[in-house]
Design a protein around this ligand. Structure first.
Ligand code: GZL
Length: 318
């Protein structure tokens, strides 16, 4: 009897470990609620594509809501995720403030929150588990640094600002203006929001070019490529040469920006990587499994200007 048992033990051990592996693989996947800002820019649609593709690849049930850039729609979506009893909530907050009440309701429901792309300003950091997104202040610094080098530190600048109150608009401006403090020959003389859209960028740039001091403009800083591409249209319609009469630096690194640089109409784009789906769902699955994760996950990105555009364009994935 004893020798039979001894022979059976390894078999039992093997089948237990195989069962646990099988269990782990078929462990219930978290149901995830994601509130997306909208579809305002090429960056945003690439971000949505990355998130949806990764959820599908992992067989995750993703409840996805598009807020058309309205905070009240995001808050409604977050409340609906509570009602649906999702396991994890993730969202890209359109603006930094106004989230405490709904985040407290989510916390009371015991659902962990992951911030994607943009951060929030809250008094209680326990209202979310982690934030994965770019360093927007650094992106603003990189744009300012590149423009200072390109212009020898002399520029009369128009600024197309992103969505008022949003983390990227606030922080990109902060980083860019940090560089201006070190370059007294560079100053912003016009600044207005184009709400991160191409139409908004065109409209505001048209108004800038109609203003009495338009002639002094030598450079444009756009908080994203979509507004820069709209501004390029306005500059051309005003009979000026974008990229030459007005040097243009923007942020995101979307395909359209590379095409504009190859055409000599845009001079530099600071990359802001939207393809965070894989990293985001790694975090979500770790959170769902109750694992400890860092409170801040950074995203890697570079700077591309007119000298690199043609070589880099074929590599662009968004
Ligand atoms: C940046 C993202 C910004 C992009 C815009 O991470 O939040 O929002 O720069 C987008 O193109 O609209």
């Amino acid at each position: 009897m004893h020798s039979l048992f001894r022979r059976l033990v390894p078999l039992i051990a093997l089948s237990v470990s195989a069962a646990s592996v099988l269990l782990a693989q078929t462990a219930k996947k978290p149901v995830v609620g994601f509130s997306q800002i909208g579809a305002e820019s090429g960056w945003r649609t690439a971000n949505t594509d990355s998130i949806k593709a990764e959820a599908a690849k992992r067989g995750i049930d993703l409840k996805f809501a598009d807020a058309q850039q309205k905070q009240e729609n995001q808050i409604k979506a977050l409340r609906s995720f509570i009602a649906q009893g999702v396991d994890v909530i993730a969202f890209s907050p359109v603006v930094e403030t106004g989230w405490e009440p709904v985040l407290k309701e989510i916390k009371a429901a015991g659902i962990p929150v992951v911030l994607s792309d943009r951060a929030v300003k809250v008094s209680d950091p326990s209202l979310y588990v982690t934030f994965i997104g770019s360093d927007f202040i650094e992106e603003g610094r990189r744009a300012g640094d590149w423009l200072a080098k390109k212009t020898g530190g002399k520029a009369v600048i128009a600024e197309l600002v992103g969505t008022p109150g949003s983390a990227p608009a606030i922080d990109r401006k902060k980083g860019f203006e940090e560089i201006l403090t070190r370059n007294p020959g560079m100053k912003i003389v016009k600044s207005q929001s184009g709400d991160f859209t191409r139409a908004g960028g065109k409209q505001v740039m048209e108004a800038f070019l109609k203003s009495p001091d338009a002639k002094q403009l030598t450079a444009l800083f756009a908080h994203n490529d979509d507004m820069a591409l709209g501004a390029i249209q306005a500059i051309e319609e005003a009979g000026l040469k974008p990229g030459k009469d007005i040097i243009i630096v923007s942020i995101d690194g979307v395909r359209g920006a590379f095409e504009a640089m190859v055409a000599g109409k845009l001079n530099c784009t600071v990359e802001c990587n939207p393809q965070i789906g894989p990293q985001l769902f790694n975090l979500i699955e770790q959170v769902a499994a109750g694992q400890k994760i860092p409170a801040r996950i950074a995203v890697k990105e570079g700077v591309f200007d007119e000298t690199q555009a043609a070589a880099e364009l074929p590599n662009r994935k968004y």
